[in-house]
Design a protein around this ligand. Structure first.
Ligand SMILES: [Zn+2]
Length: 428
């Protein structure tokens, strides 16, 4: 038996002071003054929030192919320390995760690491080539729900239409787009604007995102039938308005935003520090403020990290040749509730049950209630800490929040009744 004692529970039914008693994999009681009896293991939650474990819709675990940057095990540890109980692993691995065999392999590595559930997303097109569809039906039968060529958009409109038509027939499947018009961002390194011009670098205009989202929504309307479409890492205000209208029209569309797009702008790139290189790029203040508002009011459904580790020697190249991407799993909560100023209850929803719903993970993001699986996060909203890149569990160091002092830290994480983090220390 495990007793989480002295915290405030926050879930879909609001906030209340309550202890949580767990037996085996399940919650057996929630209420004030619980006592597990002799032999119970107590996790102290005094001053802390107890909520459903977080679910990341967008993690790059880099295995297979880039194990020098991250492995399923190191990424899982970073996830558990960030309060996550489930990660959706992006398929832009080497080779691309586009087969049932590789999906099973990645999932198996996750089970071996034993720190979070790893749910592989699969590529939309074979080899992420953008040329022909992968076997989406077979991948769906193997349990895949999220399909994406993330890293690239699916540029060919006819192929995107085919993907949507097929996904419509696969229950729970969602087509997730890295929405940047490939032709408009070719050779671009950062947001197109005064900063890109001052650095003399080719930019990636925000319009590239708007064009792809607008085209895809037109295809979603054409295909019809409740097909599910998701915008990965939205970065511009125009996307918010397109999705707001699509939702008002009853389309089954969703969108995510990253902590970095809620807090950093392209002004961070003015010193050409490759730590701030990411795709889609950091934008301007107006976009950032529109994203915060949309996350608060629910037009943006979820926060996803786009955790993208790169080994220190590759990320230290000059801006134009450094790879895009930033770490995110261990800092997401603190950045969202601190600098991004998202209210606590809304932040928890966007980190747990909203992404669980989008990814079809019915065992995560559940209410903290008797009978439910114990997939839980316990965090101290008032604990301040410095982001020290050398002390992160990730194998890489490329956080854009290096040496920021942030507030809010995960104290314990519980996966199916088993603590994966106790007192800020991973248990494997
Ligand atoms: Zn992407």
């Amino acid at each position: 038996m495990l007793l989480i004692r002295g915290g405030d529970v926050i879930d879909q039914s609001g906030r209340r002071r309550a202890d949580v008693l767990i037996d085996g994999e399940r919650i057996v009681a929630v209420g004030p003054g619980l006592d597990g009896g002799a032999g119970v293991t107590v996790l102290d939650a005094t001053g802390a929030v107890v909520c459903p474990g977080f679910v990341d819709l967008h993690t790059h675990l880099r295995q297979p192919g880039q194990e020098e940057a991250e492995t399923v095990e190191t990424g899982s540890r970073a996830g558990a320390l960030g309060g996550y109980t489930a990660l959706v692993a992006m398929p832009n691995t080497t080779p691309a995760t586009d087969s049932v065999e590789l999906v099973r392999q990645v999932r198996h590595w996750g089970v071996e690491a034993g720190l979070v559930e790893v749910h592989p997303a699969a590529a939309i097109t074979a080899g992420r080539s953008g040329e022909r569809l992968a076997d989406l039906a077979a991948l769906h039968a193997a349990g895949v729900r999220v399909f994406t060529d993330d890293g690239n958009e699916v540029a060919d409109a006819a192929l995107m239409r085919q993907a949507l038509e097929l996904a419509r027939t696969l229950p729970g499947a969602v087509v997730a787009q890295h929405a940047e018009c490939a032709a408009l961002v070719a050779d671009g390194h950062l947001n197109e604007g005064p900063v890109s011009r001052s650095l003399g670098l080719v930019g990636r205009p925000g319009t590239a995102e708007e064009i792809t989202v607008a085209r895809d929504l037109a295809l979603v309307r054409l295909v019809g039938g409740g097909v599910r479409y998701h915008v990965l890492h939205a970065s511009v205000a125009a996307t918010v308005e397109l999705i707001r209208r699509a939702k008002a029209d009853g389309l089954t569309v969703s969108m995510e935003v990253t902590p970095q797009h809620l807090t950093l702008t392209d002004a961070c790139c003015s010193g050409a520090d490759p730590a701030f290189k990411v795709n889609p790029p950091l934008r301007g203040d107006d976009d950032l403020l529109a994203l915060r508002d949309a996350l608060r009011d629910g037009v943006i459904d979820a926060v996803a990290t786009d955790h993208a580790p790169h080994a220190p020697d590759t990320k230290a190249r000059p801006f134009a040749s450094a790879p895009p991407g930033m770490l995110g799993l261990e800092t997401a909560l603190a950045v969202v509730v601190g600098p991004a100023a998202i209210p606590l209850e809304r932040a928890i929803a966007a980190l747990s049950w909203e992404p669980a719903r989008i990814a079809g993970l019915g065992e995560h993001g559940r209410p903290v209630a008797a009978g439910e699986l114990a997939n839980l996060c316990v965090f101290d909203p008032n604990r301040s800490w410095e982001v020290d890149p050398d002390r992160l569990a990730s194998k890489s160091r490329n956080t854009p929040f290096a040496h920021w002092t942030v507030t809010g830290k995960v104290r314990h994480t519980v996966l199916r009744g088993r603590p994966t983090v106790i007192d800020e220390v991973a248990q494997r």
